[in-house]
Design a protein around this ligand. Structure first.
Ligand code: AMP
Length: 249
């Protein structure tokens, strides 16, 4: 039997796949299909495949590079809900991406570069690029970018992890969190770090505040603002220039 080639447009291919589920309970409703199609085809929603191979840039992945997509979120559909926190050079906000304007859109976390942090634009762009090529269950998922002020400003759009940072979560649940659960989280963080290591990435800022909690049994590594890639001919990272670093030795 012959098969059609899979669609290059992965979001569309996913949606088609969902609609073909044999079990009707798992097929999306009409409303959900329309919403998903709408968000795929709204005027300036495009998927740009970077023309240059990822291996040509300094922040590229050296091993098994994943294609690096920039899914564009339209600013006008990104509805602010509340602040989530502040990091090295950006503030993170909870927003709903709601192209239909009926509150059915998905919740996302949006990291914006703070206006007074101008010189760090390049680092921020590196963070966006780094996250966009990481695909691991234990690393926060990149969703895309959003441009504002006619492309002068860019935000990073990520999946929203409702329980926030691990340090806050552990403190809030300090009376009922079990050792077993802590070990589960620790093993997930190790798996995420192992994945980064296979791609020669060095996170450089791993801390409970930079680990996010998805639910009671899943945590993910976040904040790749200080991440560096280790060149092939090096076995360890040596700090060579002044700048932001949590490590001084
Ligand atoms: P960061 O700049 O990545 O360190 O983020 C600053 C703070 O924002 C974190 O400590 C979290 O509390 C919050 N935050 C960042 N990303 C997310 C996310 N994807 N979902 C929920 N909260 C987040």
């Amino acid at each position: 039997m012959q098969q059609l080639p899979p669609s290059q447009w992965t979001e569309l291919a996913d949606l088609i796949g969902q609609c073909m589920d044999y079990d009707s309970a798992f097929r999306p409703s009409c409303r959900s299909i329309i919403r998903q199609l709408n968000s795929l085809i709204t005027s300036d929603y495009v998927i740009l495949h970077a023309a240059e191979p990822v291996t040509q840039s300094p922040m590229s992945i050296a091993v098994n590079p994943a294609p690096y997509d920039h899914t564009l979120f339209e600013e006008r559909h990104l509805c602010y809900i509340s602040p989530l926190g502040k990091g090295n050079f950006g503030c993170v906000e909870l927003c709903r991406y709601d192209p239909l304007g009926d509150n059915t859109g998905e919740l996302v976390a949006v990291k914006k570069l703070q206006p007074n942090k101008g010189p760090n634009l390049e680092d921020f762009q590196k963070e966006v690029k780094t996250l966009s090529v990481l695909h691991c269950d234990y690393i926060v998922k990149y969703r895309g970018v959003c441009y504002s002020m006619g492309r002068l400003s860019m935000s990073l759009v990520m999946e929203y992890l409702p329980y926030g940072s691990l340090n806050g979560y552990v403190w809030t649940n300090r009376h009922n969190i079990t050792t077993r659960r802590m070990l589960l989280f620790a093993s997930q963080i190790c798996k995420g770090m192992e994945y980064l290591q296979t791609l020669r990435y060095i996170h450089r800022d791993l801390a409970a505040r930079n680990v996010l909690v998805a639910n009671d049994s899943l945590v993910k590594i976040a904040d790749f603002g200080l991440t560096k890639v280790l060149p092939f001919d090096k076995e360890y990272y040596r700090l060579s220039q002044p700048g932001q670093s949590p490590l001084f030795w």
